[in-house]
Design a protein around this ligand. Structure first.
Ligand SMILES: NC(=O)c1ccc[n+]([C@@H]2O[C@H](COP(=O)([O-])OP(=O)(O)OC[C@H]3O[C@@H](n4cnc5c(N)ncnc54)[C@H](O)[C@@H]3O)[C@@H](O)[C@H]2O)c1
Ligand SMILES: [Zn+2]
Length: 376
């Protein structure tokens, strides 16, 4: 499965842009950005300490080598800093450094950095350009593509934000080598999601491989990320604002969000909650007669084969209540994305409460059986 470099086009108003996926791309990022930025000079790289420690040197060398003046802006690490206060602090820093409307923000980090820096760029001087250089699996195949940016409020996640498409997305899969194993695996559940909703070959490949194999075979990892990016690009290009088609990306997320919220975002990584959510959605799909028992087992086994998931301890009643309160309800209807076969899903908004309750009970039983201690 040899792959040199892949380019995926994302067609979104007001223009299209490219995601470039290439092992080692960081070292050529200056060259690439010089081509798309013409004679613009100043880049403001927003990052967090773990990413700066491992990768800033390579990035800055390449950008400076291409004649850019680079300023590094560091924020504190973690979801709890995805707040408006961080955006405000960064904006003030930009003015102190003399950033004008020609300045370009470079979001260099995981999904948190991408969301914060993207939102900063959307609002600074009423909007300046941003380039996304995602450094987690989650951000490379999901968060950096599609132009959603934003921050959390005390009252809920991602409630304050904007659509702001980047000029380009530079995806270097080599940077994933320093990602903690649990973060790496959590991101891969989203790749499995892409496979189930629309890329059967991706699903099959993920079913055959293991997390360890992917970590050791950069070309295979590059292929998995590329296929996932293609799926996301295809979906968002057809529907920027989640009117209809984009909702298929929420496979596993209706129940996943409820599990995250119930544990106050402290227990599951997002991808892990989505993994349980996908197991739940396939069960619901079978219960409603949309999915065969055989395919349900295939999906469930593929998810569980990736490694230990933190167990589900919440009561079914509390999860059902949170599912009803999900912000993605439309006109008060909760929607579930249910697979009908590998590569095809349907959106259903009439899942009986009883089926949801039984499904959560089953996840709890499943967790009991499969428990192998707390996740690493
Ligand atoms: N905008 C969107 O469309 C969209 C989509 C999905 C998720 N998100 C958002 O993305 C966020 C989650 O993103 P995430 O999972 O990337 O988490 P994250 O950004 O918190 O990164 C996870 C951890 O990995 C570290 N890290 C990042 N890259 C590294 C590297 N190469 N080596 C070592 N450590 C590294 C980070 O510093 C952090 O500690 C959430 O806030 C979520 O809401 C946004
Ligand atoms: Zn997700």
């Amino acid at each position: 499965m040899v792959q040199a470099s892949a380019r995926v086009k994302i067609t979104l108003p007001p223009r299209s842009y490219e995601a470039v996926i290439e092992h080692g791309l960081l070292h050529r990022s200056g060259e690439y950005l010089r081509r798309i930025l013409g004679d613009r000079k100043r880049l403001f790289v927003v990052t967090v300490p773990p990413v700066r420690r491992h990768w800033a040197k390579a990035l800055v060398a390449s950008l400076s080598g291409a004649g850019f003046f680079v300023e590094m802006l560091e924020t504190r690490d973690g979801e709890s800093y995805k707040r408006l206060a961080t955006v405000e602090r960064l904006a003030e820093k930009l003015t102190q450094l003399g950033a004008d409307r020609n300045a370009v923000v470079v979001a260099f980090g995981g999904g948190v950095v991408g969301d914060v820096a993207g939102f900063l760029a959307s609002a600074y001087m009423r909007g300046i350009d941003v380039v996304q250089i995602p450094t987690t699996v989650q951000a490379q195949l999901d968060a950096a593509i599609g132009g959603k940016t934003g921050v959390n409020l005390r009252t809920g996640k991602n409630l304050l934000g904007a659509f702001h498409q980047p000029l380009a997305v530079l995806i270097d899969t080599a940077v994933l080598s320093t990602l903690p194993e649990r973060e790496f695996r959590a991101g891969l559940y989203e790749a499995l999601k892409c496979g189930v909703i629309g890329r059967p070959k991706l699903f099959e490949r993920l079913q055959e491989t293991s997390v360890k194999e992917l970590r050791n075979h950069p070309r295979d990892l590059e292929w998995v990320i590329t296929e996932s990016v293609k799926l996301k690009a295809q979906v968002v290009s057809a529907d920027e604002r989640e009117g209809g088609l984009r909702r298929v990306l929420n496979f596993g997320h209706t129940l996943g969000h409820a599990l995250e919220a119930e544990s106050e975002y402290k227990y599951f990584l997002h991808g892990e909650a989505v993994a349980w959510g996908m197991i739940a959605a396939t069960r619901i799909s079978q219960a409603l007669g949309y999915l065969s028992a055989k395919t349900r087992k295939r999906v469930t086994d593929a998810i569980l084969a990736f490694g230990p998931l933190p167990k589900v301890a919440a009561t079914s009643a509390s999860i059902a209540r949170l599912v009803r309160g999900d912000k993605k309800t439309v006109n008060g209807m909760v929607h579930f994305v249910l697979p009908t076969r590998i590569g095809k899903v349907k959106i259903v908004n009439h899942v009986p409460e009883k089926v949801i309750l039984e499904t959560v009970d089953e996840l709890r039983r499943f967790s009991g059986q499969r428990r192998r201690g707390r996740p690493s």
